[in-house]
Design a protein around this ligand. Structure first.
Ligand SMILES: *Cc1c(COP(=O)(O)O)cnc(C)c1O
Length: 376
């Protein structure tokens, strides 16, 4: 069976985790957390990167930092993971869903402005499959209406837009290090800050509302409770696992891109017959091979293809059920404008196996099975 995903594992994780144990500090913000955040700051050029317990939690922190309050509206796509909306719903805000572009599956930047009202506080672009949203347009709309921009870059580490690392263009960026992402620590994430003025408050929110980070730097004698916050810092054991991956970040990236390119090349003839569609990467975007998806005719063909592939030992999956059609999405959110592509395109999308270390021969086998399905 060719599995759909395998958590990344480069071989040095065990040694680093053992080191973390020997260091006698397995709670957060030890040596490995520092190494990871420094590496991420250098790699992305964000003014500050804080490791978190998940991308969901990084987004919750961003919502707190933006001062999102009950009654506020936050614009986002409906074609995304629940966390994009949940982090704002927890603050009492209403997710306002806008249609996606069928080519990248990202929020359609040309529809955002029509969804802005006096209650709108923020825009949350989701960089689907590690391919950037049209950020210049989004930032320009945000500036014109005084809105914050929080990038859901859960899938976007090592990707760029016009040379900028994803997650560093908006006010805040959120990465995921879940086991399904390109780099992992099991469960984990990071919050990226573009401006220095939010750093102190972000550190406080992450440390249960205390100024403990300042205390550790020797800037104050005692730490105390200064604001509302939560516990958003990951254990050193998790950070040690991530550090192993970050040391190999280029290699992991190249390995995924190689597999992605093989898929693209081998599936191009089938795409040229019009039977399937392949992903599109705008020329100003550098992607990270996070995902390889195809789009088929409709949901029925997709169901048939999934079981055909399964019979041949290939595990292919789909996502997302658009949030505005989910029970909580109906309760808390609203789709503004016409759902021209969100539902239709989400029903056509199929993700093929993709992980660090997938063999070219395995990619060929997957493609062979897709081809034979259409030759039946
Ligand atoms: C994975 C993912 C998340 C959630 O990440 P966690 O680290 O599991 O919280 C959020 N948004 C998108 C688009 C994702 O793909």
């Amino acid at each position: 069976m060719i599995s759909f995903n395998r958590p990344p594992h480069v071989g040095t994780e065990e040694r680093y985790i053992a080191e973390a144990i020997v260091n006698n500090k397995i709670c957060g913000d030890g040596i490995f957390t520092k190494k990871c955040s420094r590496w991420l700051e250098e790699q992305t050029k964000a003014v500050k990167v804080l490791l978190t317990t998940s991308c969901t939690h990084a987004t919750e922190m961003a919502a707190l930092l933006c001062g999102i309050r009950p009654g506020d509206e936050v614009i986002m796509p409906s074609y995304t993971f629940v966390s994009t909306a949940d982090a704002f719903v927890l603050r009492g805000a209403k997710p306002v869903f806008v249609d996606i572009r069928p080519d990248t599956m990202n929020i359609d930047e040309t529809l955002i402005e029509a969804a802005v009202t006096a209650r709108t506080r923020a825009i949350v672009p989701v960089h689907y499959a590690g391919v950037s949203c049209e950020m210049d347009t989004i930032m320009e709309i945000a500036a014109r209406h005084g809105l914050k921009v929080i990038e859901d870059a859960a899938q976007g580490m090592m990707s760029a837009y016009k040379g900028w690392a994803l997650g560093t263009i908006g006010d805040y960026g959120c990465y995921s290090f879940h086991e399904t992402k390109n780099y992992s620590m099991g469960e984990g994430g990071a919050l990226l800050l573009r401006e220095p003025d939010g750093i102190e408050r972000a550190e406080i929110i992450r440390e249960k509302g205390t100024n403990r980070s300042k205390f550790f730097r020797g800037q104050i004698d005692k730490y105390t409770w200064v604001d509302a916050g939560s516990s958003y810092l990951p254990s050193e054991l998790n950070a040690a696992y991530l550090w192993a991956q970050l040391e190999m970040a280029q290699e992991i990236n190249e390995n995924r891109l190689k597999a992605w390119n093989i898929y693209y090349e081998l599936l191009t003839p089938l795409a040229e017959t019009g039977k399937i569609e392949l992903p599109y990467v705008p020329k100003e975007c550098v992607h990270n091979g996070h995902m390889f998806y195809i789009k088929v005719k409709d949901v029925q063909e997709r169901t048939e293809l999934i079981s055909y592939l399964k019979e041949r030992g290939v595990h292919a999956v789909f996502h997302y059920i658009p949030l505005h059609t989910a029970p909580a999405g109906k309760r808390y959110g609203e789709f503004r404008g016409e759902d021209k592509y969100t539902t239709k395109e989400s029903e056509r999308l199929l993700r093929l196996p993709m992980y660090y270390g997938i063999e070219p021969g395995e990619v060929e086998l997957v493609v062979g099975s897709v081809n034979s399905f259409y030759r039946r």
